[in-house]
Design a protein around this ligand. Structure first.
Ligand SMILES: [Mg+2]
Length: 375
């Protein structure tokens, strides 16, 4: 794959996610009936939140941005200091998101969280807005590690949540880690410690990675299933079962052997309020619309379930598969905060992806430390 293609896939994924999130945001809690009643028989066909036609992303994208920030800082720290803890660096990144939400953060190291001399992302005013943040993420990050000692992890349960807060923020792991499944499950388990809350995140990051490497969506899903079955010790059969249901539904919908509408198929898979349903809906919609970003993302938000999360995840998957050029330009131009998305995509492309293995010039690293301090 050439550089242009890789850049297009990375930008497609990050923009696609933010756009799907922004499209779904105003109808996150609306039933399908009320959506068609208000917007016509096809539901929404563009941004409807602001009267000037602009769209605005929510916590799904905010947390994805802080995931990217954490991953870059993790790499920078490792190269500069020779030692880096993924869990701690990611925890600090999410604590900075908490700060933007007006929460009192309880880190031992306050300077790692507060905006002063702490990189660029936390200093973006637009991010200091509460956009229906997920309650589990908030509760998990409110824990005071001075008292509670341990962070959420595969070995240390802090809750029994399989909400979508883990899966909806891990797609960019695919651009950083040689092993997206295991990296994503660790990151998701910081806040969601029901196995379905974090294992689904591993599936999603691995599927995104396979698509990034050039596999079709169906091949990416099948490869991920066989990787998890053959090379991990986790029991993922419940996830595999619902994925197979999604694949079968997509096949039957496409060959006309069922008479359900796309929206009815989505609702058959669930509302997407829990992670395995969000994953299944994402795979179903992306398979049905594998050649059409616009229609895919609209289908992913026009249903009774968790529209911004399924919109964001379908946007990420179709975006990485189809690339940035398939995303309608008007949705990029009218996205509030598109310059933030553009900057961070550039950082992935220029500073991290290509040079992931060639950060040998310490002076260059020093200058990068300013934008992404390594903690
Ligand atoms: Mg949201």
């Amino acid at each position: 794959m050439n550089d242009e293609n890789r850049n297009s896939k990375i930008r497609g994924c990050i923009f696609g996610g933010a756009i799907g999130d922004a499209l779904g945001a105003p109808i996150e809690f609306a039933s399908y009936e009320s959506i068609v009643q208000k917007y016509g028989k096809d539901g929404i066909d563009g941004y409807v939140e602001h009267s000037n036609g602009f769209g605005e992303f929510t916590d799904d994208t905010q947390l994805t941005l802080f995931t990217i920030e954490g991953l870059i800082r993790f790499i920078i720290r490792g190269r500069c200091k020779g030692i880096s803890s993924l869990e701690l660096v990611m925890y600090h990144a999410y604590q900075r998101w908490m700060y933007t939400q007006g929460e009192i953060v309880k880190s031992i190291y306050y300077e790692k969280i507060s905006p002063k001399n702490n990189g660029w992302l936390i200093n973006e005013p637009l991010l200091h807005k509460r956009r229906a943040p997920g309650l589990t993420c908030l509760a998990s990050l409110r824990r005071d590690v001075r008292i509670d000692r341990e962070l959420g992890s595969l070995d240390y349960k802090i809750n029994d949540s399989k909400g979508t807060g883990g899966i909806m923020r891990v797609a960019p792991v695919a651009f950083f880690s040689p092993n997206p499944f295991s990296t994503a499950i660790q990151i998701a388990a910081l806040t969601h410690t029901h196995p379905l809350g974090y294992l689904t995140a591993g599936f999603f990051a691995e599927i995104i990675w396979n698509c990034f490497e050039g596999d079709t969506i169906i091949d990416s899903v099948m490869k991920t299933i066989s990787l998890v079955r053959n090379e991990s010790n986790f029991d993922c059969e419940e996830i595999i079962e619902i994925l197979q249901e999604a694949i079968q539904l997509a096949k039957e919908y496409k060959d006309g052997s069922i008479s359900l509408t796309v929206q009815e198929c989505i609702e058959q898979l669930g509302g997407g309020w829990v992670a395995e349903e969000a994953l299944a809906i994402t795979v179903f919609v992306s398979l049905v619309y594998e050649n059409n970003f616009e229609n895919g993302v609209l289908a992913a938000v026009n249903h009774s379930g968790d529209s911004d999360t399924t919109g964001s995840m379908v946007g990420q998957l179709l975006g990485v598969w189809l690339g940035i050029k398939t995303i309608p330009q008007k949705w990029i131009d009218n996205l509030i905060g598109s310059t933030i998305i553009e900057s961070i995509s550039k950082d992935i492309i220029e500073k991290t992806y290509y040079r992931f293995n060639s950060y040998n010039n310490p002076r260059e690293l020093d200058s990068y430390w300013e934008r992404y301090p390594g903690w």
